[in-house]
Unconditional design. Structure first.
Length: 94
């Protein structure tokens, strides 16, 4: 029951992220949608780590490492966006 709830929430977050990535043309909103999709994947990993009935430290450790990697990737994306805004004056991708 709990696994179904986690997986349903993960799929809903994934769909919201995909909509934001495909449906929006502003780069900042696309990055935010990508982060929502990353959090959906993290929730999925935690759900499967908890599905065995006991707390799996490998699942939790992998999510902590993924969050750190996502933070580094977000910093790089924001730096690229800042430079693009300085050069072009807009973050619109169309």
């Amino acid at each position: 029951m709990l696994l179904t709830l986690f997986l349903t929430t993960s799929v809903i977050l994934l769909v919201i992220g995909l909509y934001g990535l495909i449906g929006r043309k502003e780069m900042l909103r696309m990055v935010m949608a990508l982060e929502i999709m990353f959090h959906s994947a993290n929730l999925n990993i935690i759900a499967f780590a908890l599905s065995s009935g006991f707390v799996d430290p490998i699942g939790e450790a992998s999510v902590i490492v993924l969050i750190a990697i996502e933070a580094c990737a977000l910093a790089v994306m924001l730096a690229v966006m800042l430079n693009l805004y300085r050069v072009y004056g807009s973050l619109d991708t169309s």
